[in-house]
Ligand binder design. Structure first.
Ligand code: AMP
Length: 206
């Protein structure tokens, strides 16, 4: 299955994609995570995109797509999270490997701002926590692997506001592109990740 998890930053796309990965048996490709890996490796693309990420702006389409294309390879299926974020990116994906379904994760904006500023990630395995709704058992330590938890630079309130503005202006129109193709399914984000997963599985007929 080729699946896109769509929605604003902080809607819970990454959490849902991680949960769906084991059920669907296809790779989860987290575009923001792939770009952060490039930055850590100090690659040319990494150097280019780090400025955009730190400002909460979108990195250039061509470079982002090139990183994704290498990972897509010959994959039979995928769960994409954080891509496409512009209509131009959607068109690029369409030429290479179009999605079967786009799950639009709907969450109110005030919930998002609260969530993003409380989000913590594991430096080692990428597991996602939330200090309010999904805290780790031990402060600052990953339950899954014992790795160190950290806050993303771009989860600071002023950058979060910019990311939401960019979402409304550049990314939301992508939904129209997929609506015309008839592949969009709406899923309302629930308080608990289990409930959101159940709603998504039902929509996917699983
Ligand atoms: P995320 O982890 O999905 O919130 O992405 C973090 C940041 O990476 C975004 O704010 C953008 O700066 C950059 N980014 C991630 N995905 C894309 C994309 N598809 N196109 C352009 N920039 C992206």
């Amino acid at each position: 299955m080729k699946l896109i998890i769509f929605g604003p930053p902080g809607a819970g796309k990454g959490t849902l994609a991680q949960e769906l990965q084991s059920r669907l048996g296809v790779p989860h490709l987290d575009m923001g995570g792939l770009l952060r890996e490039e930055i850590e490796r100090g690659s040319e693309v990494g150097k280019l995109v780090s400025f955009y990420i730190s400002q909460g702006k979108l990195a250039p389409d061509e470079e982002v797509f090139e990183v994704l294309r290498q990972r897509l390879g010959q994959a039979e299926g995928y769960i994409l999270d954080g891509f496409p974020r512009t209509t131009a990116q959607a068109e690029m994906l369409e030429r290479v490997s179009p999605p079967d379904i786009v799950l639009n994760l709907v969450v109110p904006e005030e919930v998002i701002v609260k969530r993003l500023t409380a989000r913590r990630l594991c430096r080692n395995c990428g597991a996602i926590y939330n200090l309010v709704s999904l805290p780790p058992a031990r402060e600052g330590v990953c339950d899954r692997c014992g790795g160190e938890l950290y806050q993303r630079e771009d989860d600071r309130p002023e950058i979060v506001r910019e990311r939401l503005r960019v979402y409304r202006e550049q990314t939301e129109p992508v939904l129209q592109y997929y609506r015309k193709k008839g592949v969009v399914r709406e899923v309302e984000g629930a308080e608990s990740k289990e409930e959101t997963l159940n709603r998504a599985l039902k929509l996917l007929g699983l």
